[in-house]
Write a protein that binds this ligand. Structure first.
Ligand code: ARG
Length: 475
């Protein structure tokens, strides 16, 4: 059903209708469109523009339509252009002419962006809680391996030993920042555009700030032109999702490396691996690879919207219809990847022995020699030089650092005494990293406790927000 046509002598050409049509993707907005229609109805009634008798009929029809949409018994048809026209058709089928009454004081321009905000808020809350589940799995895995030494890397080369629990736990912090970003985004996006009309507000006695409150928004748009054209909330959501995707991708990359035959650290559970159609022995970490691969489209979606927005003139332009598919795709992609990565993390076992044996390799204890000399008040530049000479001597003679003789050590630097060997152990190196955020067992324990508190606070915060949103939707 077309929502316009009075001034046209002919309907749209097939090609025009085909290009215009957004119903194939914007049908996802149906529940939010129905909810915002109920809010709009309330204000039309309160302002005396609709009699309570008519309002009652429309309200009943909207509720019925909501149930039918939820049950899948009311569906778009080929002639529906978008979610708004499909639902107005539904209302008119039930109510006859008064089905069109809701259009007073409202335009699809303010309607569509109100719907999209509600959709985005709903789904970002769902994503936040799935991120919390992933953090919980990461911290549990981190705790499980909080006593397991492993090599730590820079440039993918052995650098200094770390506790493997420290390595795993780092990811939970990245997701904590993503949750912070979602909280900030929620606060900034809580503005209702409903009431902005086509672009200039309305001459009818509406109260946009009241509609905003009914829909759970903190405020209504302070400028109606901005109200219909602002898509910052979509761009920011896409950035957050691209960032989450990048964090998931980095987990994926690590899992891929750790699961190689060469590393042999990670044993990914069968349920989170896939096989090969030709090589019977293969067990591939496809979930890790997909987590890495999906990051590309998430970045692409952000780029796509920013490119659409750049240079758009004032108020609504049809280009803005292009805001939806990137957002839907990024949300749906993240909702697919998060549970798969969470399951993969929770069910992967790591080879403690292999990691422990590898921890001191690659002269990863060389920094201990330099730090030992610094404790004897040798300037770090000299200490670094002496430790480097120890490494060179070991390399040329095929030995490890602790195998250098007393006289070789003294020759390199007189302050290198035999008790140096006490710090040349993985445990010594780990235990000495006691700074806040360091890898010592006690620092890691404090870190994990901190993460647990953070995660449970975040979980409570997002559950409360989700409950409030559901209550608003169900009202
Ligand atoms: N399907 C449109 C969109 O997604 C709805 C708004 C149409 N507004 C208009 N003036 N043609 O943006």
């Amino acid at each position: 059903m077309a929502l316009w046509g009075g001034r046209f002598s002919d309907g749209p050409a097939d090609a025009v209708f085909a290009l215009s049509r957004s119903i194939d993707f914007d049908w996802r907005l149906a529940p939010y469109d129905l909810r915002s229609s109920l809010a709009h109805l309330e204000i039309l009634q309160a302002s005396g523009l609709l009699s309570s008798e008519i309002a009652k009929q429309i309200r009943a029809a909207l509720h019925q339509l909501s149930s039918e949409v939820a049950a899948g018994t009311f569906l778009p048809v080929a002639s529906d252009e978008d979610v708004h026209s499909a639902l107005e058709r539904g209302l008119t089928e039930k109510l006859g002419e008064i089905g069109g009454a809701l259009r007073a004081g409202r335009s699809r321009n303010d309607q569509v962006t109100t719907d999209l905000r509600l959709y985005a808020i709903d789904h970002m809350l769902e994503i936040a809680l799935k991120i919390v589940a992933l953090q919980t799995a990461l911290v549990a895995k981190g705790e499980e391996y909080s006593d397991a030494p492993a090599p730590g890397f820079t440039h993918l080369q052995h650098a200094q030993p770390v506790l493997f629990g420290h390595e795993i736990s780092k990811h939970a912090h990245a997701f904590a920042r993503d949750l912070d970003r979602i909280s900030d985004w929620l606060a900034r996006s809580s503005v209702s555009p409903l009431g902005s009309g086509a672009l200039s507000g309305s001459s009818l006695p509406l109260a946009p700030e009241k509609t905003a409150a009914v829909l759970g928004f903190t405020s209504s748009s302070a400028n109606s032109i901005d109200g219909v054209s602002d898509r910052d909330y979509v761009a920011e959501a896409l950035f957050i999702l691209a960032m989450v995707g990048s964090h998931l991708s980095r987990i994926g990359e690590e899992w891929c490396i750790w699961a190689t035959t060469e590393f042999g650290w990670a044993k990914v559970a069968d349920a989170y691996s896939t096989g090969s159609s030709i090589m019977p022995q293969k067990k591939n970490p496809d979930m890790a690879e997909l987590a890495r691969g999906k990051a590309g489209r998430l970045v692409g979606n952000l780029t796509s919207l920013l490119t659409t927005l750049k240079g758009l003139p004032f108020a609504y332009n049809r280009d803005l219809q292009e805001d939806k598919e990137p957002l839907f795709d990024s949300i749906e992609t993240i909702l697919l990847v998060l549970p798969a990565v969470t399951g993969m993390v929770a069910t992967t076992d790591f080879d403690r022995e292999k990691m422990a044996l590898a921890a001191p390799l690659g002269f990863s204890l060389a920094t201990e020699i330099a730090d030992y000399l610094v404790r004897s008040h040798i300037p770090f530049a000299q200490a670094h030089e002496a430790a480097g000479k120890c490494v060179a001597l070991c390399e040329s003679s095929g030995r490890q650092l602790h195998q250098l003789t007393d006289s070789e050590l003294a020759d390199i630097h007189p302050a290198l005494r035999p008790d140096l060997r006490e710090v040349l152990t993985v445990h010594g190196a780990l235990n000495s990293r006691t700074t806040v955020g360091g890898t010592s067992p006690q620092s890691l324990k404090a870190q994990i406790e901190g993460l647990k508190t953070l995660i449970s606070n975040d979980e409570k915060k997002f559950l409360d927000k989700q409950a409030a949103f559901s209550a608003m939707m169900g009202a």
